[in-house]
Write a protein that binds this ligand. Structure first.
Ligand code: FMN
Length: 177
C-alpha cells in the first residue's frame, strides 16, 4: 500500500480506472475500502447503505455482460456495489437523502482506492430501472435494497490518467453577478 500521498494529492490524482492488471484484490483490501465508505457523512447519521463486495468470477461476469456501461467487470476480479437500504430511510423525506448519503460513501471508496494504489470507476445503476433489475436479480437483493452503482476494483495498469478539471469560471465569490 502506498501511504505516502497527502489527501489533496490523492483527490487530484483520482481518476476513473477502466483498465486493470491481473493482480488479485484481496478481501482485506475490499474491507478497507468498505470501511472508508462507511465513514462517510449521512443525513441524521442514518447510514442508509449496504455494500456488497463481490470476488466471485461468475457474478462479476454476469454483471459485466449484462450491464451496458460496466464491461470492465469482465476484466477485474473484484467489485463493490453501493446500495441504499430503504428500511433505514422509512419516510419519503428521509428517502430523499439516500442518494446523497450513498454518493458520499462512493466517493470515499473511490478516493480510498486511489490512496492505496488501486483503481475504480463509478458505473451507474440507479435510476435506470433495467440496470437496477439486472443487479437485483444477479445479487438476490430484496426489494428494500436499491443498488446505486457498481464499482469495479482492480490494480490500475496506468493507462487511465487524471483530468485537470480546475475551471476558475465555475468559482463564484459571495453572490451571483
Ligand atoms: C453518477 C455517475 C455515473 C457514471 N456512470 C458511469 C458508467 O456507467 N460507466 C463508466 O464507465 N463511467 C461512469 N462514470 C464515470 C464518469 O464517466 C467519469 O467520472 C467522468 O468521465 C470523469 O472522469 P474521471 O472520473 O476520470 O475524473 C460515472 C460517474 C458518475 C459520477
Amino acid at each position: 500500500m502506498d501511504t505516502d500521498k497527502t489527501v489533496l494529492n490523492v483527490i487530484h490524482s483520482r481518476k476513473s480506472v477502466r483498465h486493470y492488471t491481473e493482480q488479485t484484490v484481496s478481501r482485506e483490501i475490499l474491507e478497507t475500502l468498505v470501511r472508508a465508505g462507511m465513514s462517510a457523512p449521512s443525513a441524521v447519521n442514518r447510514q442508509p447503505w449496504v455494500f456488497i463486495a463481490i470476488d466471485e468470477r461468475q457474478t462479476l461476469d454476469e454483471l459485466g455482460s449484462r450491464l451496458p456501461y460496466a464491461r470492465m467487470l469482465l476484466k477485474t476480479n473484484a467489485a463493490i456495489v453501493v446500495c441504499g437500504d430503504m428500511k433505514k430511510a422509512p419516510d419519503e423525506w428521509q428517502q430523499e437523502f439516500w442518494i446523497q448519503d450513498c454518493s458520499a460513501a462512493t466517493e470515499n471508496i473511490l478516493i480510498a482506492a486511489e490512496a492505496i494504489g488501486l483503481g475504480s470507476v463509478w458505473t451507474a445503476v440507479y435510476p435506470a430501472k433495467d440496470r437496477i433489475e439486472i443487479v437485483r436479480r444477479s445479487l438476490n437483493l430484496p426489494d428494500h435494497i436499491i443498488p446505486l452503482n457498481v464499482l469495479p476494483i482492480g490494480f490500475p495498469d496506468n493507462i487511465d490518467k487524471p483530468k485537470d478539471k480546475w475551471n476558475p469560471g465555475k468559482l463564484i465569490w459571495n453572490k451571483w453577478v
